[in-house]
Design a binder for this molecule. Structure first.
Ligand SMILES: Nc1ncnc2c1ncn2[C@@H]1O[C@H](COP(=O)(O)OP(=O)(O)O)[C@@H](O)[C@H]1O
Ligand SMILES: [Mg+2]
Length: 247
């Protein structure tokens, strides 16, 4: 992609902290419209904090988060959602006592949309995740881990996002379910041109899926590049693939 295009998301010198713990120490990251970008790194690197800071919790202490050129770094969470940035948070956080249908409705309620638009989104979600169709009246808490992840992504999609943020969608899931979820993300990107930031400890899957990747270590970006090219770098293989649980 041309360096001249304005990124859909541009993060510049971003810092965030929990009290005295500096979780983000000056992050620069770009996502072009239509890209899948993977953010990989060990537990505690600051990946979830980066995603949450985009939503204003925790607040940025310094730096900028530009969405489509607009600085959103001091915007309240609900306003960020109205810009049609959606997330599937770490640990899914679906509403366990609500049905699948109600969970999906909650997603649609995050942004304005006509009845017809909601119907189109619902059809898309159920077409991507047919398992949800079979479980529409079942409570979210009774779904399997993989189904809950599908529901969390489906709920995010119901807000018709321009940018989808996924925090460790493969965590704790069987390989077959992980493949189904990654395949749905690829379909959304290829067919709907959805822009995606995916945070993963599973570097192998994430870098194969992504156009580009960033590596985060201890609150800083230490490497970035094409997904497949990063995957082949010896230092990435040593740290995140070979011998580890992600190999
Ligand atoms: N709510 C919190 N309060 C205090 N420290 C936190 C909180 N959440 C995360 N941290 C700390 O911030 C750092 C980054 O955490 P996190 O963003 O969750 O990393 P990752 O998602 O890469 O595993 C870690 O040192 C973690 O202990
Ligand atoms: Mg995390």
């Amino acid at each position: 992609m041309s360096a001249a295009t304005t990124p859909l998301l541009a993060i510049r010198g971003l810092r965030a902290a929990y009290g005295k713990i500096e979780a983000l120490k000056g992050i620069d990251l770009d996502i072009q419209a239509g890209e899948i970008v993977a953010l990989i790194g060990a537990n505690g690197a600051g990946k979830s904090t980066l995603m949450m800071t985009i939503f204003g919790r925790p607040r940025a202490r310094a730096g900028e988060i530009l969405f489509d050129g607009q600085n959103i770094s001091s915007m309240p969470t609900h306003e960020v959602a109205r810009l049609r940035i959606a997330q599937s948070p770490e640990g899914r956080r679906i509403f366990p006592r609500m049905t699948v249908r109600e969970n999906l409705q909650m997603g649609a309620d995050a942004t304005p949309g006509s009845k017809a638009e909601r119907a189109v989104s619902l059809e898309r979600v159920l077409n991507l995740f047919p398992r949800l169709q079979e479980r529409m009246e079942q409570r979210g808490g009774t779904l399997s881990g993989g189904e809950q992840q599908m529901l969390a992504i489906g709920r995010a999609l119901m807000s018709r996002p321009r940018l989808l943020l996924l925090d460790e969608p493969s965590l704790g899931l069987a390989p077959l379910i992980t493949r189904q979820i990654f395949s749905a993300i690829r379909t959304l990107n290829c067919e709907d041109r959805l822009t995606v930031l995916i945070v993963e400890q599973n570097a192998n899957h994430a870098l194969r899926l992504a156009h580009r990747g960033y590596v985060m270590v201890n609150g800083l970006i230490t490497m970035s590049g094409d997904g497949m090219e990063l995957l082949q770098r010896p230092e990435i293989r040593a740290a995140y693939l070979e011998g580890g649980r992600h190999a």
